[in-house]
Design a protein around this ligand. Structure first.
Ligand code: ZN
Length: 392
């Protein structure tokens, strides 16, 4: 058997991942394609680390930095009553080749080897096979492969390349291909991360200062924009997207969701999405309820529009006190992994605070990521639901 020094390879690849190019990420949100119905549930065994947390449909099961996948398990949730079949999967284990198919929660690969998985195949059996497609992808040499489906091979076998993570998604037969996950590149899923969010802008003067600081520190943020401000600030909006920041929707005119009916919410948010898409080339998927107000009717409308509602876990009240030091203290005194932090990019005093917070939070080890990036690594989001943090 060809001898491969995997520990050496691991160190090399680990370093490559850590120094990999920053943030070529798009702002698309990982809303589940299979909104209701059957989903895949799965996890990997990571060399030197153990079984990772169980992930559900189209979220990433990713090894810690420097580790890789040596075994996997997968099951289904929400399988239709009376429909026969299950999920089956097969791994190509370095040095052993393709192992036998395993199914419905059984382990394949090995939790007791240092040999990595090089490629995987997944399929559905029984009546499920004629009613659903299964899509899957692996993380290899720092990139997620494009989707493979229904028993195709995902990953390159036989060239000493290891699988560092995988994701699986089930869709109705012939249905839409699941959305690509924006996360992974340049983000270490095992290090703390937070999402800075800015509402009510953009403002050319203030937003530009925040973008400058983010760019200088290799961070990103999410901007929930008021649609009628966007045509006058198109250059700023386009730069947001170019820097990998996420463009979000904060209504067209800062009207409360609870003061609008279904059709008005649709047209109000729709006009905002159109303006942002015009300026940035990206259509917002996330919205932040103005004033933090929503009710079950407005959430039902958001659900039908494919939009989650993003709340927050730290409210700086920057708009009220307009004191940079107070904003800084509010964040630094309580910030923790998974926080969503609320600020407003229309006050110079908020830019003053952001210019301190962005480098300081980075120095404290927090990765400044977008809401969608953080969500993708921590359980995903569903349209019409509200989220105020994404804890590890
Ligand atoms: Zn607002």
């Amino acid at each position: 058997m060809k001898h491969i020094d995997w520990k050496h390879q691991v160190m090399k690849l680990g370093a490559a991942v850590l120094t990999a190019g920053l943030f070529t990420l798009s702002g698309t949100a990982p809303v589940h394609a299979a909104e209701s119905g059957m989903k895949a549930s799965y996890h990997g065994f990571f060399y030197g680390s153990g079984w990772g947390p169980v992930k559900e449909d189209n979220t990433l099961s990713t090894a810690p930095a420097g580790s890789y996948v040596t075994a996997m398990k997968a099951t289904l949730t929400g399988q239709p009553e009376g429909m026969t079949g299950t999920i089956a999967y097969q791994v190509n284990l370095s040095g052993s080749g393709w192992l036998d198919w395993a199914e419905n929660g059984a382990e394949t690969g090995s939790a007791e080897t240092e040999m990595p998985v090089e490629a995987i195949r997944v399929k559905l059996t029984g009546q499920l096979e004629t009613n659903y497609d299964v899509y899957y992808s692996v993380l290899q040499t720092g990139e997620w492969t494009s989707w493979s489906k229904n028993e195709e091979t995902a990953g390159v076998e036989g060239q000493g390349l290891r699988v560092d993570g995988f994701k699986i998604s089930i869709v109705a037969k012939g249905g839409e291909v699941p959305p690509e996950q924006p996360a992974a590149k340049g983000i270490d899923p095992n290090r703390p991360m937070i999402a800075l969010t800015f509402d009510d802008g953009p403002s050319t003067a203030v937003t530009t200062r925040i973008l400058n600081s983010l760019e200088a520190n290799g961070g990103r943020a999410t901007f929930f924009m008021v649609g009628n401000r966007v045509p006058g600030t198109a250059g700023v909006v386009s730069r947001m997207a170019a820097l990998g920041c996420e463009v979000g929707n904060h209504t067209y005119d800062h009207k409360y969701l609870t003061q609008m009916g279904d059709s008005e919410i649709r047209s109000n948010l729709g006009r905002t999405n159109a303006n942002v898409a015009n300026a940035s080339g990206k259509t917002p998927i996330l919205m932040r309820p103005t004033g933090g107000n929503y009710n079950s009717a407005s959430l039902a409308t958001l659900k039908s529009m494919g939009m989650p509602a993003i709340m927050w876990s730290i409210d700086t009240l920057d708009w009220k006190h307009k004191n940079p030091q107070t904003t800084i203290n509010k964040v630094l005194s309580q910030v923790k992994d998974g926080d969503i932090i609320l600020m407003h990019d229309i006050y110079g005093t908020t830019a003053d605070a952001a210019e301190v917070l962005i480098p300081e939070l980075t120095a404290r080890g927090y990765q400044l990521v977008t809401v969608s990036e953080m969500a993708a690594l921590r359980g995903g989001m569903a349209a019409g639901h509200t989220y105020s943090s994404f804890r590890p």
